[in-house]
Design a protein around this ligand. Structure first.
Ligand code: ADP
Length: 354
């Protein structure tokens, strides 16, 4: 069995996979640091946790009660949000890899420290359990320099200001789920609360809509998507850096346009603001799709994933409507499953280690 761990900003999610990648149990500790809850299988209990290490201790005890003591696992596998320029493939967790994840903290200050904390706490508890890590940015490491470089001075590029791209585990899972049926030039759209798209040529990312951070690209639930840097500077001069960050990441996007970031609610509403927000979402998804299609020199098929991509038929149809200039394209819907990809990566590395 593989234990997959995903330490978010205030949650710790776990999922247990058997060796044929079937999920057998999942759960999470939520609201870490306050009055939280531990869910596992069908049960839920209130818990108090100070930090991610506490949360892990509680979760390991709950897993043991459910019949999954630490010796049930052949490996643990972690989601790490940012791999920077150095962690470009899944890796066994070694002291060198831990140092590398630490060095990338400036690029993901809210996420990488929690991912590391879960790894180190588990290492304390189970020093002999092999651990692996998969990186949310790594799938886009194949983008050419012309796609990742911002046209700004080299000193800034050297300081790490470049495009990285995100949702990489979701795209990697999509490629794996297609298997031999993978179209050569695939336009992939991950449309959830966060939304991005990716040009996948022969299974490799060649362009993606998110950049230095997950803020850029498509109109999202609460993120603005692309906005001119000069506009950001002016907003920041008025509001200050922290409030600007909060505004662009948490109170923009669909929420700013229609007061709500839940696409289901917006589709059910019949007012002008909801209609405009949906128009904006679909128009900008298609505008960025055009750019990604150019990066691949054409397109053979489109695949949707994420809460909106999987469930919102009218949104898929609207976006495809904007893309009719590219001809009649096959449309696929694939369930987003980052945890499965993390388990798949770990199993591949375990096999290679043997
Ligand atoms: P996250 O990025 O937080 O993981 P999800 O992938 O779960 O988000 O996607 C959340 C979005 O999916 C919300 O906007 C939600 O309204 C939308 N969604 C989920 N189910 C449906 C549905 N049946 N119809 C339309 N939108 C849906």
């Amino acid at each position: 069995m593989i234990l997959v761990l995903n330490a978010g900003s205030s949650s710790l999610k776990v999922e247990v996979f058997d060796p044929d990648l079937t999920s057998v149990l999942s759960g999470q500790v939520s609201a870490i640091g306050t009055h939280g809850a531990l869910k596992l299988g069908g049960t839920e209990t209130a818990v108090e946790t100070g930090n991610h290490a506490d949360a892990l201790t509680l979760m390991l005890a709950a897993l043991a009660d459910a019949g999954f003591g630490l010796d049930a696992f052949s490996a643990a596998a972690h989601r790490v949000v940012h791999g920077g320029t150095i962690l470009t493939a899944p890796a066994r967790v070694t002291p060198v890899v831990i140092e590398a994840i630490r060095s990338v903290i400036p690029l993901a200050p809210l996420h990488n420290p929690n991912n590391l904390a879960a790894m180190l706490a588990l290492q304390d508890r189970a020093p002999d359990l092999p651990q692996y890590a998969s990186f949310g940015t790594a799938f886009h490491a194949t983008n050419p320099a012309v796609a990742t470089r911002y046209a700004i001075p080299q000193t800034q590029a050297d300081a790490g200001i470049r495009r990285y791209g995100f949702h990489g585990l979701s795209y990697a899972n999509m490629v794996a789920e297609f298997g031999d049926a993978l179209p050569p030039r695939l336009l992939a759209l991950h449309l959830g609360n966060g939304a991005s798209l990716c040009a996948i040529e022969n299974g490799k990312s060649v362009a993606t809509s998110m950049g230095y951070s997950p803020l850029s690209g498509l109109t999202m639930g609460t993120r603005s998507g692309d906005i001119d840097g000069a506009a950001v500077l002016r907003i920041s001069a008025a509001l200050g850096e922290e409030d600007t960050d909060r505004m662009l990441n948490r109170s923009s996007g669909l929420k700013a346009l229609a007061g709500d970031n839940d696409m289901r609610t917006l589709l059910a509403r019949q007012d002008d603001a909801a209609r405009f927000a949906i128009d904006h979402f679909c128009y900008w998804a298609a505008r960025h799709a055009g750019s990604a299609i150019v990066a691949m020199g054409g397109v053979d098929a489109v695949a949707f994933t994420g809460g909106i991509g999987e469930n919102a038929n009218p949104i898929r149809d609207r976006i495809m409507g904007h893309l009719t200039c590219f001809g009649s394209l096959p449309v696929h819907v694939i369930a987003a499953d980052e945890e499965k990809q993390i388990a798949r990566d770990a199993l591949t590395l375990i096999k290679a280690d043997r």
